[in-house]
Design a protein around this ligand. Structure first.
Ligand code: PLP
Length: 395
């Protein structure tokens, strides 16, 4: 798709909105309305028949939401975008649109906890099976492809182990068989990584995270080919109903304006904290894509602009010691979610990934010693000071 603006720093601010169309309002108006009136019964008929452009009812489309959808499409280099009431509404609408009963999904080894829950539900209710794959080589993926394989679902960086998957490689294997590749791009945001440019087909976001950026909204986004996005809009979004509110869409439009500036600082702070953690004796392992010693650094340099704002690390200790470490922090808040201005810390084995059976969890590399840190926008020295005092407290 031809982009309207060459540079992302400009498109995050301008794409999808023209003040001239809205009485000069600099900020996108919030169309806080459930429905839209028709001039005549005939016009209503034409709108429903799709013979005339225009709004009908906010579950089917809303001007504030539309501006956001056009903006995410531009940022991901997609033909079209779609907004949802949560990241999981986006994940489920896309997966249900791509599959039918009896199908099969190949999935990266290590996915968001609720996405795992959704896959289990799809298996139980509709016999849609899935296989996990580390996706380190083309052959590993090829071996799992069945005639029923309806999509390949990828998270990279993987939550919370921060392993990376080579998107170009996955897209190449998938294309041989005409299987669509769906990428959950939440951890990177379009500023750091654009999966469609690597040949993938659909990109998803929990916009709750870096896109919103301020910890005040739950929302989701998807982008891809116009035909597919239109299909989702008119079926699994419209009929299942996980729509976003106009106000939440406005919060995301606002959050997006500062995405590049925030991401640069998230990355700078995270790189610094990762470096400090690596030197601390209580820390056994630091998992950060931007670390030049990381085994996936080559993939990171190929498909990401920088290492991102998330770090996971393993302490040399027990689950209780991991919990004690969290309890000793004061500036850093104990909370799930990520990508906020505040630095957040959580313990995946007992929090975000606790619903995954221990055996599968450990195969994914989520041990009791693993801690995930979402590095915020505070002064990096202050973040490290809090973390260091907590690490030093070890008995
Ligand atoms: C948070 C998250 C989701 C789910 O998004 P919600 O907005 O909480 O529904 C999906 N994938 C990833 C990687 C996430 O971090």
């Amino acid at each position: 798709m031809k982009k309207r603006y060459e540079n992302m720093e400009t498109s995050v601010i301008h794409a999808g909105y023209d003040a001239k169309e809205h009485l000069g309002s600099l900020s996108t108006p919030i169309f806080q309305t459930s429905t839209f009136t028709f001039d005549s019964a005939e016009q209503g008929e034409k709108r429903f028949a799709g013979e005339e452009e225009g709004y009908i009812y906010s579950r089917l489309g809303n001007p504030t939401v539309r501006a956001l959808e056009e903006r995410i499409a531009e940022l991901e280099g997609a033909e079209a975008g779609l907004a949802f009431g949560s990241g999981m509404a986006a994940v489920s609408a896309v997966l249900f649109a791509l599959t039918k009963a009896g199908d099969h999904i190949i999935c990266s080894q290590g996915i968001y906890g609720c996405t795992f829950g959704l896959l289990e539900l799809m298996k139980e209710k509709y016999a849609i099976t899935h296989d996990f794959c580390t996706m380190e080589t083309e052959e590993q993926i090829r071996q799992l492809i069945q005639p029923e394989t309806a999509c390949i679902y990828v998270e990279t960086p993987i939550n919370p182990t921060m392993k990376l998957i080579d998107l170009e490689m996955v897209a190449k294997v998938a294309r041989e068989k005409g299987i669509p590749v769906v990428v959950d791009n939440t951890f990177s945001s379009p500023y750091l990584q654009q999966p469609l440019q690597s040949g993938c087909d659909v990109v998803l976001h929990s916009a709750t995270k870096f896109i919103g950026g301020h910890g005040d909204v739950i929302a989701g986004l998807a982008a891809g080919k116009k035909e597919f996005i239109q299909q989702v809009a008119m079926t699994t979004l419209k009929d299942i109903g996980g729509v976003i509110s106009p106000f939440d869409a406005w919060l995301l439009l606002r959050g997006l304006k500062t995405l590049p500036v925030r991401m640069d600082r998230h990355c700078e702070n995270a790189a610094y904290i990762a470096e400090q953690l690596k030197q601390h004796p209580f820390v056994k392992k630091v998992l950060y894509p931007g670390d030049t010693e990381n085994k996936d650094y080559v993939i990171m340099s190929k498909q990401m602009k920088a290492g991102g704002g998330l770090i996971s690390f393993e302490i040399d200790g027990s689950k209780e010691e991991a919990q004690a470490l969290l309890n000793k922090l004061s500036l850093i808040k104990i909370a799930v979610s990520l990508g906020d201005t505040e630095t957040l810390i959580q313990h995946p084995a007992t929090m975000t990934h606790s619903s995954i059976p221990r055996e599968i969890r450990e195969q994914m590399g989520i041990t009791d010693q693993l801690i995930r840190l979402s590095v915020g926008l505070e002064a990096k020295q202050d973040i490290w000071q809090d973390l260091e005092q907590a690490l030093n407290h070890r008995k």
